[in-house]
Design a protein around this ligand. Structure first.
Ligand code: NI
Length: 193
């Protein structure tokens, strides 16, 4: 186990499309997953993509606390978050190899994001509100989930990293981008990825 150095915005690895993992079961990939998880927790991140640790492979780790999901549910009370079974609790620690996203609705939602590769800053980004995503685990087995709201946002943010896209490139209104410590009014729910 080891903590990995996190690349910050400006490093070319963050702008480089990552390549597919050939063998999810290989010892190198399993070790990388362990180190990414340790690094994500150490940095208090919600998710981490391999390019963020200078490894240009299509691989993501993430974990969403139930409190984050339930907060969003209450925010959307009576709205479209109410019925999804995936929205009722935490999303377990997930290692995704070669993830793919399918958009299930034209709806988009604006929300605040942060990123471990853009430390100290936050920005408002529009994301698809409802997606399905598929991935391989470290045994090479395939999985899929549907996601809405915050869960869907995290997955889209992380998968963007695999295409060399950082969230500031998706900010429509640059007035809604700045240092977290300065953006104090009504912008309390920020994720660190
Ligand atoms: Ni990020």
């Amino acid at each position: 186990m080891a903590l990995l150095k996190i690349a910050r915005i400006g490093h070319p690895v963050l702008r480089t499309p990552a390549i597919k993992v050939d063998d999810p079961k290989s010892p190198e990939i399993v070790a990388l997953a362990r180190d990414m998880i340790e690094t994500m927790y150490d940095a208090n991140g919600t998710g981490l993509a391999a390019p963020q640790v200078h490894t240009s492979l299509r691989m993501v780790v993430f974990y969403i606390e139930g409190a984050r999901v339930n907060y969003e549910r209450s925010e959307a009370a009576g709205g479209h978050m109410a019925n999804g079974s995936e929205d009722s609790g935490a999303i377990p620690l997930t290692v995704m190899i070669n993830p793919e996203i399918e958009v299930l609705s034209d709806d988009v939602e604006a929300g605040w994001e942060g990123c471990l590769s853009v430390p100290g800053m936050v920005g408002e980004v529009a994301r698809h509100a409802h997606i399905r995503y598929k991935w391989l685990d470290l045994d090479g087995n395939s999985h899929e989930r549907e996601a809405k709201g915050f869960h869907a946002r995290v997955v889209q943010h992380e998968c963007d990293h695999l295409d060399g896209i950082l969230y500031p490139s998706r900010i429509a209104d640059m007035d809604k981008f700045g240092f977290n410590e300065e953006m104090i009014h009504g912008q309390q729910e920020v994720i660190e990825e």
